[in-house]
Design a protein around this ligand. Sequence first.
Ligand code: GLN
Length: 443
Amino acid sequence: MQQETMFGHPKGLFVLFFTEMWERFSFYGMRAILVLYLTALTTDEINPGLGWTSTEALALYGWYGMFVYFMGIFGGAIADKWLGQKKAVIVGGVLIILGQFALTIHNMTMFYAGLVLLVCGVGLLKPNISTMVGGLYPKGDGRRDAGFTLFYIGINIGALAAPLLVGYFGEQVNWHLGFSLAGFGMIVGQIVFVFGGKHLKDVGNLLKHSETEAHLATQPLTKIEKDRVIVLLLSFLIVIVFWAAYEQAGGLMSLYARDSVDRMVWGFEVPTSWFQSLHAFYVVLIGVTVAGLWLKWGNMGKESSAIFKMAVGMIIMSISFLALMGALYDASINVLGKAPIYWLLFSYLLHVIAELSISPVALSFITKLAPTKYASLMMGAYFAIVGIGNKAAGLLGEAAQKAGEMAIFAIIAIACLLVGILLFFLVKKLKALTHGAEEITMV
Ligand code: GLN
């Protein structure tokens, strides 16, 4: 497969980069205004919302966050069996556009229909576009991890811009204008994908084009393939803990930023909602650096398997929650009950260093390990786990209302630490079970 390249990567990577950037713009834009729209008063003359209570709104937000990712498992299965990843992305994109525009209509039936369309659309698009990135690189191609890092940066450019733009227009002007902007974002993504199709000819097609492939598709898994699936499933379990911790950002950490952090910087009070963009900002800022550091580390002959990176990520995550506990302590001894802002900035930075050692690494790892005929399903299963992690995050947030933030932060720090340590002990064993799937072929 001879591919045209750009900056040393197949051109198709940039098609996927921009498509996913716009899809995430649409996703995070909508998410940034969802709870605000739900809780805005129906009697508001300028920008009326649905008048729900905060508890109701947060509950819906939690369920939406779970299903939108959980659906990935079906999206993946559908791509493997019927559509192939490319068509699944297109159908997913259309559903997302319809969903966003359904939300622009002020009517409860349309509102719920919009959410269902979004859940189905993201479920079809998100895992399959991620699998397609892996499909651009032949087995053993050393550029694959870097490709995923770039893709991940694209995701976060969309995630960074969305709350600012959709958030601004949705909140200040009209909610439905916000949802329309999110819909237009996805339209742009869809256009990029369709017009860039010429760079994706050999990627994401249904595996049944030739007789040999049809034969492969019906063969049972070999022992090696089964071992690799086991490693993947084990790493997925670990990933639940990571996302449950990480997604505190939207809930607990945001309340904490509002109530317990002194947000005054040079006479300007940093709005709480800005913290929503902080993760994405850091990813764009340090994504390349963190990936580069890992590459250097590996080139020095040190252990740098995906499992090892995930172990390090979990321990860094644990430290980030220790920092938050430090902040809570600081707030408790401060007369105004507020902690300095640097604790939070530092904790978010650690979150992102951990994220970059886990999330794009996991995506790349899945495309190296999954048997071809289950490539999309395994990616979908990963996102289903992300969905469960999201829901667990919400439950932890609720628990903190009773048990207190300190207790919950401590539990999260300990859980991440234990998982990290466990992974360290398992690195060698799990690596053996991958049967050299991470080996790079020198050309
Ligand atoms: N922020 C990344 C994205 O939106 C990771 C999401 C996830 O896997 N939870 O794709």
